[in-house]
Design a protein. Structure first.
Length: 93
């Protein structure tokens, strides 16, 4: 999803849509969630495009995390980061 498309739903005619209404709060939460997903997907795509042989294990782990979390790149990326943090490289689940 292009970043520009994620901004379309935020009301522009309100003086302060971030604070003044509960509807804006729901829209902002939606925006934050979609923005996080978009950013996580961009990071995943960049990592998986890598070709360095020394990073193949990390790419394989990331692919497994993505497969375990279809449609939720933010969870896949978090899972990958948690695995990388574990000195044994094992799953934290």
């Amino acid at each position: 999803m292009p970043a520009e498309r994620t901004f379309d739903f935020i009301p522009c005619n309100d003086t302060d849509p971030w604070i003044e209404s509960t509807a804006a709060s729901a829209e902002i939460r939606y925006f934050a969630r979609e923005s996080l997903r978009w950013q996580a997907q961009e990071i995943i795509d960049e990592v998986l495009r890598g070709t360095a042989p020394g990073e193949e294990l990390a790419r394989a782990r990331l692919r497994r995390c993505v497969a375990r979390n279809p449609g939720k790149p933010e969870r896949a990326l978090l899972q990958q980061l948690m695995i990388n943090r574990d000195p044994q490289g094992g799953s934290t689940q």
